[in-house]
Ligand binder design. Structure first.
Ligand SMILES: Nc1ncnc2c1ncn2[C@@H]1O[C@H](COP(=O)(O)OP(=O)(O)OP(=O)(O)O)[C@@H](O)[C@H]1O
Ligand SMILES: [Mg+2]
Length: 276
């Protein structure tokens, strides 16, 4: 296992999301790649990273739809500071109460689709897949910010995903949950699965407070797509709906976006990440 993880770790520079366009999940990905940001454990940074990666892909000139899948929590509305202006959400589209353009918010180069306010009988995988099929021709990427947890919690978020990024923080509970998540995604036949380690601090690894990247990869059993540092400025901006493009965490999200686009981007300062 350790040798396998070393090989995976050493292959970070080619750990991009090379998605075979013929390998489509749920048969809805006519054009867009549909990438779900998932985790077993809550509060690990799915909303923060999916937002940052969406903005970074938009900065690369890509057309990006970012859907909030966390029913009732409005995380992305807060993150993008658009809460007051939201009228419709994707639940309204599924229930035929509005059209796609009416529900979309154009913000920081991204098309944001807010989450329904409460669970509803109309929120079914077949309808959701149909909605994504209607959206797919207009986008390069559709990113889905999943709720935490497994099973029914992530059914809608992964039913059409061509890829998933498991977000985990470098602690045993989060890593074990990420491993469970990877097993569930395999069971659901999500074609491509990658790991993003968030809130990483080499200092904490050296002190023995946090797991190192090899341990994370071993426990999650997925290839690494990026490492995002602990960054209180990013958190301050995200929690207050402020732009975060200047932060270190956003730079790291930008490297994840580059790898999604197929660029070979090595880990920055590999030796400082606590694995030696
Ligand atoms: N790299 C980071 N550095 C510092 N704080 C971070 C970082 N990433 C996320 N956070 C903070 O962690 C908290 C949880 O982040 P976020 O809401 O993105 O997690 P989540 O996985 O979407 O949570 P949930 O499971 O509830 O949907 C927020 O306060 C956020 O600002
Ligand atoms: Mg969230």
């Amino acid at each position: 296992m350790e040798i396998a993880s070393k090989i995976l770790y050493n292959r970070i520079c080619i750990a991009c999301l090379l998605i075979d366009t013929n390998q489509q999940h749920g048969e809805v990905a006519e054009i867009a790649q549909i990438i779900s940001f998932v985790s077993g454990k809550g509060g690990v940074g799915k909303s923060s990273l999916s937002s940052a990666v969406a903005c970074a892909l938009a900065d690369h000139g890509k057309k990006v739809l970012l859907a909030d899948m966390d029913i009732g929590l409005k995380s992305l509305e807060t993150l993008f500071g658009i809460g007051d202006s939201v009228v419709y959400n994707w639940g309204d589209i599924l229930a035929d109460r509005c059209t796609l353009p009416a529900a979309i918010h154009h913000t920081r180069g991204v098309d944001l689709l807010p989450a329904p306010l409460r669970p509803d009988g109309a929120l079914k995988p077949d309808r959701f897949r149909r909605m994504l099929a209607d959206c797919a021709p207009q986008y390069d990427f559709i990113l889905l910010d999943a709720p935490s947890g497994l099973g029914d919690n992530i059914e809608l978020s992964v039913c059409a995903a061509t890829a998933a990024v498991i977000v985990a923080t470098p602690d045993r509970i989060s890593a074990d949950a990420a491993g469970e998540c990877a097993r569930e995604l395999a069971g659901r036949a999500v074609p491509t699965v990658r790991l993003a380690v968030n809130r990483f601090s080499a200092r904490d690894v050296r002190r023995g407070y946090a797991l190192n990247l090899d341990e994370m990869i071993d426990l999650c059993a997925a290839r690494l797509i990026g490492v995002v540092p602990e960054d209180s400025d990013f958190s301050r901006c995200a929690c207050n709906g402020l732009p975060f493009a200047h932060t270190q965490a956003f730079q790291a999200a930008g490297r994840i976006a580059g790898r999604i686009l197929g660029e070979e981007i090595p880990l920055k300062h590999l030796e400082k990440f606590g694995n030696n």
